[in-house]
Design a protein around this ligand. Sequence first.
Ligand SMILES: O=P(O)(O)OC[C@H]1O[C@](O)(CO)[C@@H](O)[C@@H]1O
Length: 501
Amino acid sequence: MSDFATLQSHAQRLDSTSIASLLHDDPARAQSLSLRVGPLYASFARQRYDAPALDALFALADAADFPGAMRRLLDGGTVNATEGRAALHTALRGDASDAQVARECAALAVQARTRMATLIDALSASDVTDIVSVGIGGSDLGPRLVVDALALPGARFRVHFLSNVDGNAAQRVLAGLDPAKTAAILISKTFSTQETLLNGRIVRDWLGDDARVYGVSANVERAAAFGIAPGRILPMWDWVGGRYSLWSAVGFPIALALGMDRFEALLAGAAELDAHVASAAPRANLAVWHALTAIWNRNALGLSTQAVLPYDERLKLLPNYLQQLVMESLGKSARLDGAPLGVDTVPVWWGGPGTDTQHSFFQALHQGTQVVPADFIGVVRSEDGHADNHRALLANLLAQTEALANGQASDDPHRAYAGSRPSTLLLLDALTPQSLGALIALYEHSVYLQSVAWGINAFDQFGVELGKQLASRLLPALEGKGGAEDPVTRALLAEILARQG
Ligand SMILES: O=P(O)(O)OC[C@H]1O[C@](O)(CO)[C@@H](O)[C@@H]1O
């Protein structure tokens, strides 16, 4: 029997076993299925697995050689096999590997941070008050998340983000900014992304001064051809995937918003998690637990969506960030050797911040026909000065996870809660650069380990190419030049052109 079939047989065995009864039979679960790593505490006690099912999950981790796979990642092995590359984002933030290539990459990252600090010093000495960061996907979502989470009022720079090719986005971001006091950073690993180039031109023209345009790219030639002076271009490298790049110079907006010290602290928090994942035995390894739980919910219980519910306003962009990290990494149907997978991969990730979401989609979580596993994320201490609100926030967080797990019987089917809705609770001691760095690194490693279990490549994204190619072929048609081959697109083009007049 395959490892996945074994998991499914455990799921069948547990078919009529509720989470409440698992807790009733083993009250020690609350402790035995929880882990602390640095500023993170994780409880898996409300997942719908028992000890034999967990044995099967850890056997799968053994068979897939999770520790060996983690070493390959950290040591710069060719884990991105379809593109023949390493994925050395861990070298951007610490020294989790003694391998020569990892050390060389870490040295490049340090050099880039030194240049970044120099540019920040120069900007700090100027009249610039606002920064517009232009990028999309991995060149936007990470910096946007971290700046939104950690920027403090009164910071030296206000950082704004522009990603969408929709001109309304540029109009909104630039409204109210003074071109004389604004600088722009164009972030694009390839420097060929349509959205970033179009928005970059808008912002450059609006600034009217090339001297305040900065670039971050692995393609320095293209960035220079755009008109950015080489001294204002920070490097990226092909050994860093876009969605794993916030630790590199892609984090320039983060360093501007938070200051270099807090950017370094973010990296240190991630490095601490890297060290844990590299050295902890599977049963004591937080990323292994997180990854195996995802495999259990997807492949044993067959759950096709996953919610992420941060109970902290500052983490409201985490679901957007994780959508790219998880779904662009794991949304694959071919094994590394090209063979079809035979098992399901990534569920649909979605979510939003509590408590707002309790008043929108939680009804479906509690009583809908689809069971949705959820990662709840809470912050123990808050420095917002509103202790009553924070207690209410935490009370709601605890209440929701309990209600989802335990449910409540009723003679009235409309008022009954089935319960047995699994969740993981991740608690951060406080929201700091360190703890956020650790949290993001946890998800990165969990994603990688899931890819190892499934035998897929977490570091390519060929699935996003076809639509981009079609869009560039259709551009002339929108100017009335040429048509489209597809009859539906042809009809739609005719409709659009006729209505545009
Ligand atoms: O940094 P670039 O090259 O502009 O790419 C932006 C994003 O586009 C993608 O290739 C696909 O959307 C992402 O993986 C990447 O982060």
